[in-house]
Design a protein around this ligand. Structure first.
Ligand SMILES: Cc1cc2nc3c(=O)[nH]c(=O)nc-3n(C[C@H](O)[C@H](O)[C@H](O)COP(=O)(O)OP(=O)(O)OC[C@H]3O[C@@H](n4cnc5c(N)ncnc54)[C@H](O)[C@@H]3O)c2cc1C
Length: 379
């Protein structure tokens, strides 16, 4: 057991941190207020290999490990959690689903564009009436001769408006429950597929989120992704890995909030001394630093298991649950340490506090993570 990062991992962390500080930090509030993913950032992320972090070099990917992936997402989230969310959804959901379950022709067709950051990937599971109970989805795909016709809509889709490639789940056999759900890959501009309502969000505002509508959307049979009826089962495997990304995002956001709080506590003076001299503030910082380390270790362990090819449903759910709840607490304390200045947009505390709440909701709420963990414990 070796808890030290390798030299390559230290270089990777430094490189992504320098990139995030130089290319993202100055624009964080501007992007938040514009409520859109900055198109100019995509080629820069791609140049650094961040749009294809764990994917094969033959597609133009960076072929990094799951632990390396965590380091990248952490460092982006430390500066701008919304951009980290976009990068994590692109890598960990859409591209990962295609990479895990696509056939060679599908991988050759879609992966190069995705992993080289020519297009953003979207992934559609959630619907207006099917959130935690995703298998109750209503979107249907009906076979017609040499293809499928999709009808229905997906809700809260990251890159629903700006995604170039989308993986979407739909019911292909209602009588078979979750074994009657299949996955499809679609391209932006397919007739019958359109972006619906764009969400006006509390946080993560620089990451695009919208509805995606399918209205008599006809696609060829070759766009069925994975085996018919396996779409939901495959989705659970995609989410096992995806949750490690959300755990890393939580660790990075918490780290950013903690650092902001520590800096402020040293600078702000009350009663003739820096507020960092008060034990009440010191304890908040000590608790934050300790919990972040624990969350990071849980996250890296889940990622390590993924790298070993070991099943990590329980470990990734534990990491996601714990890290996201730690991040919520750290972001809350960050505002508290800033006092009134934590409530205004001149300091980063306010934005961490808004962004963080998504982390106990997206890719399975905290309640659902506890269900997943308990199911594993009691199996
Ligand atoms: C910014 C953002 C981006 C997103 N991106 C995507 C995306 O790219 N693709 C995608 O498919 N989805 C995406 N989602 C959707 C997200 O995964 C869902 O919001 C999430 O799974 C919860 O579903 P819901 O919102 O319908 O809540 P609900 O399922 O309605 O839950 C409401 C409450 O009930 C609780 N609850 C539900 N069932 C149980 C139970 N059995 N036991 C105990 N408590 C329960 C929940 O924990 C929650 O507290 C995104 C959401 C947001 C906000």
């Amino acid at each position: 057991m070796d808890f030290r990062p390798t030299e390559e991992q230290e270089i990777l962390r430094r490189t992504v941190r320098e990139f995030a500080e130089a290319e993202m930090r100055p624009h964080v509030m501007e992007w938040d207020e514009a409520q859109k993913f900055s198109p100019g950032l995509l080629p820069k992320l791609a140049e650094l290999g961040l749009m294809g972090i764990q994917f094969d070099e033959k597609y133009g990917g960076s072929a990094m490990s799951a632990v390396d992936y965590c380091i990248c997402i952490e460092e982006l989230a430390r500066v701008c959690p919304a951009i980290a969310l976009s990068v994590a959804a692109h890598n960990g959901l859409c591209t990962s689903h295609l990479n895990m379950f696509g056939n060679d022709a599908q991988k050759d067709r879609y992966l190069p564009r995705l992993v080289q950051g020519k297009v953003l990937g979207a992934w559609g599971l959630t619907e207006a009436s099917a959130g935690s109970d995703a298998a109750s989805m209503r979107t249907v795909a009906v076979r017609h001769g040499d293809g499928w016709t999709l009808n229905g809509s997906k809700n809260f889709i990251t890159h629903g408006t700006i995604g170039g490639v989308m993986v979407a789940m739909a019911v292909t056999d209602r009588t078979r429950g979750h074994r009657g759900i299949s996955a499809f890959v679609l391209e932006h501009g397919t007739p019958g597929m359109s972006a619906g309502k764009k969400e006006n969000k509390l946080g993560m505002r620089a990451s695009d989120t919208s509805e995606v509508v399918f209205q008599d959307c006809r696609i060829p049979a070759s766009q069925l992704l994975g085996e018919e009826g396996q779409g939901f089962i495959n989705t659970l495997q995609v989410l096992d890995a995806g949750r490690i990304g959300i755990a890393a995002l939580s660790v990075g956001l918490a780290q950013g909030a903690y650092e902001a709080a520590r800096t402020y506590a040293r600078e702000r003076r009350q009663f003739g001394q820096p507020i960092a001299a008060f034990q009440a503030i010191q304890w908040k910082l000590a608790d934050a630093a300790t919990k972040i380390e624990a969350a990071r270790l849980l996250t890296y362990r889940a990622a390590y298991l993924k790298d070993q090819g070991t099943r990590m449903t329980r470990e990734s759910a534990m990491a996601k649950l714990y890290a996201s709840e730690v991040a919520v607490k750290v972001a809350d304390d960050c505002v508290q340490i800033h006092g009134g200045y934590g409530f205004v947009k001149d300091y980063p505390a306010e934005k961490y506090f808004r962004d963080v709440k998504l982390l106990t909701i997206g890719e399975g709420t905290s309640e659902i993570q506890r269900l997943v963990i308990a199911r594993q414990l009691l199996a």
